[in-house]
Design a protein around this ligand. Structure first.
Ligand SMILES: [Zn+2]
Length: 86
């Protein structure tokens, strides 16, 4: 049986189904508004959304990261590959 709060803000399962749309920050409509309200009032789902946001932010950071170039290492790497092929 659903609690009165669940009737208003929907279930965790219903909110979870919309988490990726919520994380995108896009999307409109009553379903998403209800899911946002659910997350605002449900500590369990708020934790899931916070982790999802952190993961997305970490992945974006990976996309920006560029390894420092060390051109002086190239000859040594090539030499090592040659040795290991023998
Ligand atoms: Zn929930």
């Amino acid at each position: 049986m659903r609690t009165p709060l669940e009737v208003v803000i929907g279930s965790c399962e219903a909110a979870a189904a919309l988490l990726s749309e919520l994380a995108d920050g896009e999307g409109h409509g009553l379903r998403l508004a209800r899911a946002r309200l659910h997350v605002a009032l449900c500590s369990r789902c708020a934790g899931v959304v916070a982790e999802l946001d952190a993961t997305i932010e970490a992945l974006r950071g990976l996309g920006r990261a560029r390894p420092d170039p060390h051109p002086e290492l190239v000859p040594a790497v090539i030499e090592r590959i040659r040795r290991e092929r023998r």
